[in-house]
Write a protein that binds this ligand. Structure first.
Ligand code: GRF
Length: 201
């Protein structure tokens, strides 16, 4: 049985999608050991409590980053997590944090990286005029939205779209993509050559 740790800051729909996948058996042999939020008012943390999961708020506001991160790492260790999923976690992890869990931290980003990293990726993509966007699940490294890509899903930009309708269709794919990516990583049947993740033959 693998234990997941979820880090979030807001709405938490990706967390809920992962939790639903576990409950439905789409992610076999896994449990969510802890959900950590840096914001007490995150709807995602309320959802975690409602599901009866271990939910911890570790505030980050007006605190030194190193101190905040030490507490988050301690909470993840205490709960013996095997894999950490960033799910709308609005904090950049320091190199120290990343090195605590090598190749064990995943992130989801609402664009086809390396296009449109950073905040409001869907709005950036829409404003740029791309015809295809999507989402990316990747390993977290020391750079923002940068580590090796686990999987991507594309979403067509339609003539009638605005940034909100595009973001909503991307979000549907995010919810599917995160489950698939977790299964790929937990299944272990892959190798990473440079930045390229591929199935082991
Ligand atoms: C998602 O669009 C995710 O790709 C990005 O932040 C958003 C989080 O949404 N990293 P939610 O909190 O999971 O609903």
């Amino acid at each position: 049985m693998k234990s997941l740790g979820i880090l979030l800051s807001g709405r938490g729909s990706n967390f809920v999608a992962i939790a639903d996948s576990i409950d439905a058996g789409r992610i076999p042999d896994a449990r969510i050991a802890v959900v950590v939020s840096n914001r007490a008012d995150a709807p995602g943390i309320a959802a975690a409590r409602q599901r009866g999961l271990t939910a911890v708020v570790i505030p980050s506001k007006s605190r030194p980053r190193a101190e905040h991160e030490r507490e988050v790492v301690a909470a993840l260790r205490e709960n013996k997590v095997d894999l950490i999923c960033l799910a709308g976690y609005m904090r950049l992890l320091s190199p120290w944090f990343v090195q605590q869990f090598p190749r064990r931290i995943l992130n989801i980003h609402p664009s086809l990286l390396p296009a449109f990293p950073g905040l409001e990726a869907q709005e950036q993509a829409f404003a740029y005029g791309v015809k295809v966007s999507g989402c990316t699940v990747h390993f977290v490294d020391e750079e923002l939205d940068h580590g090796a890509i686990i999987l991507q899903k594309s979403v067509a930009v339609l003539d009638g779209d605005d940034e909100h309708s595009l973001a909503a269709r991307i979000l549907e794919q995010e919810h599917i993509a995160y489950t698939e990516a977790i299964n790929i990583v937990m299944g272990g049947g892959f190798e990473i050559a440079g930045r390229r993740l591929r199935k082991k033959i």
